[in-house]
Design a binder for this molecule. Structure first.
Ligand code: MG
Length: 167
C-alpha cells in the first residue's frame, strides 16, 4: 500500500530579470506603464516566474527552466501567466488546490502598490482561487544593490497547496 499523499505542499520560488529600454513591463500579468521593461526570452514577467517556480517546487517537479526552457522557440515572447496556468494544471492533476500564495516583488521604481489589486486578481484567476488567498507585496531596497540602482527586479514567492477533498 502506498502512503497517502500529503495534505499540504509548500514551495518557494525566486527570479530576477534585467530592466532595459524598449520592452513592456508586465508584472503578475498586469502591464505597467514604465520607461523600462524586463528583458528575457518570454515576456519576462519576473513575478509570474517566481510563482511558477514555487508551484513547480511544491510539486517536486524541478524548476521552470526544465519545463519551459529559454532555448525553446515556443517560449519566445510567451505570456508567462499562460505558463503559470500550465504549471497549475499539474497541481490540479495531482489533486491539489491553491491554499495561499505570498509574493514579494523587489523594485525601486515604479511604485507597485497601485497595481497590486490587479495582480492579485490575475493570479487568483489563473490559480482558481479567491483573491484573498493571494498576497502581493512591493518592496524597495532603499537604493541598495541591483534592484536599488534600477538595473533589474527580483521576486520571491511562497506557495501552499491543499489536497482537495475526493469526489
Ligand atoms: Mg525568469
Amino acid at each position: 500500500m502506498s502512503p497517502s499523499p500529503p495534505e499540504f505542499l509548500v514551495g518557494f520560488g525566486y527570479d530576477a530579470h534585467r530592466l532595459v529600454p524598449g520592452r513592456s513591463l508586465i508584472l503578475g500579468g498586469v502591464p505597467i506603464p514604465h520607461p523600462l521593461g524586463l528583458d528575457g526570452h518570454s515576456d519576462a514577467d519576473v513575478l509570474a516566474h517566481a510563482v511558477t517556480d514555487a508551484l513547480i517546487g511544491a510539486l517536486g517537479l524541478g524548476d521552470i527552466g526544465r519545463h519551459f526552457p529559454d532555448t525553446d522557440a515556443r517560449y519566445r515572447g510567451a505570456d508567462s501567466m499562460a505558463l503559470l496556468e500550465e504549471a497549475f494544471c499539474w497541481a490540479r492533476e495531482r489533486g491539489y488546490a491553491l491554499n495561499n500564495l505570498d509574493v514579494t516583488l523587489v523594485a525601486q521604481a515604479p511604485r507597485v502598490a497601485p497595481h497590486v489589486a490587479g495582480m492579485r486578481e490575475r493570479l487568483a484567476a489563473v490559480l482558481d482561487a479567491d483573491p484573498t488567498a493571494v498576497n502581493v507585496k512591493g518592496k524597495t531596497t532603499e537604493g541598495m544593490g541591483f534592484c536599488g540602482r534600477g538595473e533589474g527586479m527580483e521576486a520571491f514567492a511562497v506557495v501552499s497547496l491543499r489536497r482537495r477533498a475526493p469526489g
